[in-house]
Design a protein around this ligand. Structure first.
Ligand SMILES: Cc1cc2nc3c(=O)[nH]c(=O)nc-3n(C[C@H](O)[C@H](O)[C@H](O)COP(=O)(O)O)c2cc1C
Length: 180
């Protein structure tokens, strides 16, 4: 798929077929996502692919702050990627001080770029995704026994699409750009 077509036709998918994405395909998606740029090439993002139905149901029922929409989306999906970040590298100097006034917020910046790259690569392979931001960070970390020294950035629900979605309305270029 052409890059611009991929960017423009990717949609958030919230209903999935009852079929898991095989590991070769998931690995190929991560092979693309790992080429995302990162702060000083620190590459702090990890992809924790949850396939166990009990863990998925636990995250759906107990870890999304009671947000029913996300509960349903996760319940309907074969897989969920918990995007995690290694702490205290991105945005930091070697002595542990922050490099810029954005402090450690570059971690989330990198996780965002990586997540979108993941979603675009998935779309290219016919795999649907939706990024979820409404969840309980510590409960999700506990649910997947996230290694010490990592924290959760976002959830990406993944599977083969069982719906076609229109793009929600976007602002016009003229409303977004300023040439100085
Ligand atoms: C950081 C972030 C958090 C999001 N959180 C949620 C969420 O919790 N639940 C959900 O259903 N969609 C969530 N979305 C998806 C947005 O609603 C969606 O991207 C937006 O409506 C535009 O639709 P599109 O992705 O189909 O273009 C999130 C997207 C982003 C980037």
């Amino acid at each position: 798929m052409e890059a611009l077509e991929c960017i423009k036709t990717r949609r958030s998918i919230r209903k999935f077929e009852d079929k898991a994405v095989d590991h070769d395909t998931v690995n190929a998606i991560i092979d693309a996502a790992r080429m995302a740029p990162s702060w000083k090439n620190t590459q702090i993002v990890r992809y924790n692919v949850v396939e166990n139905r009990d863990v998925l149901d636990h995250i759906a029922n107990d870890c999304v702050l009671g947000f029913e929409y996300n509960q349903k989306t996760i319940s309907r999906a074969p897989q969920l990627v918990v995007v995690s970040m290694i702490e205290k590298r991105c945005g930091y100097e070697r002595d542990g001080s922050f490099t810029t006034s954005k402090e450690d917020r570059w971690e989330m910046f990198d996780a965002g770029i990586a997540s979108q790259t993941f979603c675009l690569a998935a779309h290219d392979k016919g795999v649907g995704t939706v990024i979820l931001g409404i969840f309980d960070e510590s409960k999700v970390a506990e649910a997947i026994s996230l290694p010490e020294g990592e924290k959760v950035a976002a959830l990406i629900v993944m599977g083969y699409p069982a719906q076609e979605c229109e793009a929600p309305k976007r602002k016009e270029v003229a409303d977004l750009v300023r040439y100085l």
